[in-house]
Design a binder for this molecule. Sequence first.
Ligand SMILES: Cc1ncc(COP(=O)(O)O)c(C=O)c1O
Length: 406
Amino acid sequence: MKKFIYLDNAATSFPKPPQVTESVIHFLEKVGANPGRSGHKLSMEASAIVRKTRESLARLFNTKDPGRIVFTMNATESLNTVIYGFLNKGDNVIISSMEHNSVVRPLKHLEENSVITLIIAPCDNKGFLDIDELKKLINKNTALMVLNHASNICGTIQDIRAVKNALGNIPLLLDAAQTAGCHPIDVNADDIDFLAFTGHKGLLGPQGTGGLYIKEGLTVRPLKRGGTGTISESIKQPESLPDSLESGTQNNPGIAGLGAGVDFILKEGIDEIKKHEELLTSTLLKELRGLPGLTIYGPLRADLQTSTISITFHSILPTGDNHEFGGCGSINLAWMEEGATASDAGHILDSDFDIFVRVGLHCAPLAHKTLGTFPEGTVRLSMGYFNTIQDIEYAAKAIKRIAGIK
Ligand SMILES: Cc1ncc(COP(=O)(O)O)c(C=O)c1O
């Protein structure tokens, strides 16, 4: 097969560990049955696989009760489950200005239907939430904050403890789509109320898998109701987790693969994964930083971001102390020197270099407005555990070539 460099792990991770593929195939070929439904040997085996994945996730996120983790199709379903199942008429919700449309669109829908009011808390031009401003925005109706743990555009990681401190008793729904599996998450230590995660990115599982952790004491109305394989004598939806939120046959082959992905992470160690991804990030930043004809967005510090970097082929000239030439994202620009558009650059990376990235707005127009990159968007390079330093050096060479640097 032709050699290529995959730098689109923020969209979905690739490749997967071989154990993930093997577990999906094993489920399809050797198990096949519906877990929790029929009680025969194969159904019991399927139940054991689903239970084991739940237990592995509980270990990864440090919760003692795996039953408080429910499986969903993806982070989008997890976020929608809390947004439609926890909020009530008259509630106020705060989000940050770095959110993904999976958060913004359902909340806008509720706002437009006069169910909730919505406040957008500002972030700076590197994507960090302004905690002092957040404190001022909280009001007596604030019932939930929804926050992107790390930006899918430029990797900025938010300080969860500072946010929790500012929120007091107001629950936090953390969108961990970009951090689960590559950044330590401890729902106990960080007192996280709701954790929405997807299975196919950092957790290295198949697409069509995801989940939601719900802290004890919080209740969520189901998005869908139906058969759960439990208390079949009742025509009412079960009230206890995980069954109350898991109606219908799940993506069980996918859950088997997700379990293998999480076990791979537990075995390698999240710190090891983070260390490798930080090395890739700092290498790319070192290669690209300060070059004319190029602007990098985000913290520009491997320890403050995930291994996702966004660039444009423009030189943003500084307008103030906070802006660094060829260095960081900016709003209210004095002027720009134009280079290749994001979409042209993405096309060249693909056709001339076999480097696969994602360009444009990345389903996060609000965040691009915050970074000053709306409406054109950026070229996003998102690295994963299976990328090597050689991949990054080759990608840096290709980017320099597009920027006209020898
Ligand atoms: C920050 C963020 N939230 C939510 C999502 C939605 O994830 P999924 O497509 O798996 O539902 C994504 C996916 O790109 C994301 O980056």
